[in-house]
Design a protein around this ligand. Structure first.
Ligand code: NAD
Ligand code: USQ
Length: 404
């Protein structure tokens, strides 16, 4: 099948998750044949942490039935562990003959990855083995299958390159030699801030090797923090609703602040709030995946890297903005993480814009999100799960509950 715009068969690994589910629906909506592969481990971690999505997510079978009812389109689901079930996955690839694989299927919370020795080992085993199994299965199939992987802005770390913009994946460096300087293009140095982020830097090396050795076609998307909940497809029916994490391990900063504002909980800034991070709305995430699929690298090219971000903000400024909109106070709490108290962040993001991405602005969507999601489902919140309690090193201090 044609890879540029015409219908493709796509395996969406991790397609039951926060980014994977709306992406599966978006790709199905625009005419691709979608197969979701997921071991439902994210739902099991909710049970382990005794938390639940703020939004009432339905079982995967029901989600898929409702999508068929609403759109007339089929999505299939395979319950499979990418890290543990290599043979089944390799067989699935041969049977399904996908044109492309989109890989979201990893443990993605930095605090969860730091909470215990068990969680550190699980995150490394799950993510690195899973990614390597995907690559090995593509090679073993002998087929030309494009891989799009969700990486993270956190592979670059914060502050490494001073005020220079963070490039899209690669850096040109001068190497001094006795015969004069030579120029080389290298992967941007890795500077992970958690065991989770470390797995994404290891993934990058796996991709570089398999592109060079086996001529695989791989795109690595260095995504910023995703905010928002719904896409046009997940909003079609309440039974298609996307998950919304607000707890101290899986909740990400902006969605946490929006939920906290909706229930009148002080906004939980870690430290001074001088941390600057990159953001993207979930509606733009799904568009970026589509654009990446439509613009694959050629065989033999090194991995194609896009910075998948639309805005950068300081945590403190986000808290002040939401406090100004809602009147909820800002709390400055001990930071449970080891991270720079302050950093600037200047990110190159020209590639997606050049390919037609029209970003959703944070300033336009914040209040809708508070009203339509956070306030609507506020009664489902467990306020004892809000404070972040996973610490980067034993003995670090965390805040007490601030429940009002
Ligand atoms: P999520 O936890 O909601 O979804 C991940 C999905 O993968 C879950 O459904 C989980 O059950 C599945 N999964 C995990 N391990 C698996 C395995 N071994 N086999 C099969 N399925 C497995 O996470 P998300 O927020 O949707 O993130 C998806 C990807 O995007 C992750 O790789 C993450 O690193 C990346 N990302 C997320 C964000 C964000 O803000 N959410 C930002 C940047 C990058
Ligand atoms: N923070 C607060 N208060 C909170 C929660 C977080 O001040 O209540 C701070 C954190 O200390 C950190 C920043 O906000 O400085 C971002 O934290 P986060 O939990 O929103 O994001 P992070 O841990 O970086 O991870 C998330 C996703 C991960 C993805 C990453 C993209 O969980 O999967 O890879 O965002 S990025 O940050 O660009 O690397």
């Amino acid at each position: 099948m044609d890879m540029r715009g015409n219908d493709m068969k796509v395996l969406v690994l991790g397609g039951d998750g926060f980014c994977g589910w709306p992406t599966a629906l978006h790709l199905s909506d625009i005419g691709h044949e979608v197969v979701i592969v997921d071991n439902l481990s994210r739902r099991e971690i909710d049970l382990e942490l005794e938390v639940d999505s703020l939004t009432p997510i339905r079982p995967i079978g029901e989600r898929i039935r409702v999508w068929k009812e609403k759109s007339g389109k089929d999505i299939s689901f395979v319950h499979l562990d990418l890290a543990e079930e290599y043979d089944r996955f390799a067989q699935l690839v041969v049977e399904q003959k996908p044109d492309a694989i989109v890989h979201f299927g990893e443990q993605r919370a930095a605090p969860y990855s730091m909470r215990s020795t068990i969680a550190k080992r699980y995150t490394i085993d799950n993510n690195v083995r899973g990614t390597h199994n995907v690559l090995a299965a593509i090679v073993a199939s002998g087929m030309d299958i494009q891989l799009v992987h969700l990486g993270t802005m956190g592979v670059y770390g914060y502050g490494w390159s001073g005020s220079a913009p963070i490039p899209e994946g690669y850096l040109t460096v001068k190497v001094p030699t006795p015969d004069g300087d030579i120029e080389r293009e290298i992967l941007h140095p890795a500077n992970p801030g958690s065991v989770y982020h470390l797995t994404k830097t290891l993934d990058q090396l796996l991709f570089a090797f398999y592109c060079a050795n086996d001529q695989l076609r791989i795109t690595d998307l260095h995504q910023g923090i995703v905010w928002g909940t719904q896409t046009p497809q997940t909003a079609l029916d309440e039974r298609l609703i996307n998950r919304f994490d607000y707890d101290g391990d899986y909740g990400t900063v902006l969605n946490r602040f929006l939920m906290q504002a909706a229930i009148g909980h002080p906004l939980t800034v870690h430290g001074t709030g001088g941390q600057t991070r990159a953001f993207i709305h979930i509606r733009d995430t799904v568009r970026c995946i589509q654009i990446a699929l439509e613009n694959p690298p050629a065989a033999g090219e090194k991995p194609k890297v896009f910075n998948q971000v639309t805005e950068t903000h300081r945590v403190k400024e986000l808290a002040e903005m939401i406090s100004g909109l809602t009147g909820v106070e800002v709390a400055y709490l001990p930071n449970p993480r080891r991270e720079a108290a302050e950093n600037d962040l200047n990110v190159s993001r020209d590639k997606f814009l050049a390919l037609g991405l029209n970003p959703t602005k944070l300033s336009e969507g914040l209040l809708d999100e508070v009203r339509d999601i956070a306030q609507k489902y506020r009664d489902r919140a467990d306020t004892t799960k809000i404070i972040a309690r996973s610490v980067w090193r034993q003995g670090m201090e965390t805040a007490p509950d601030l429940v009002k």
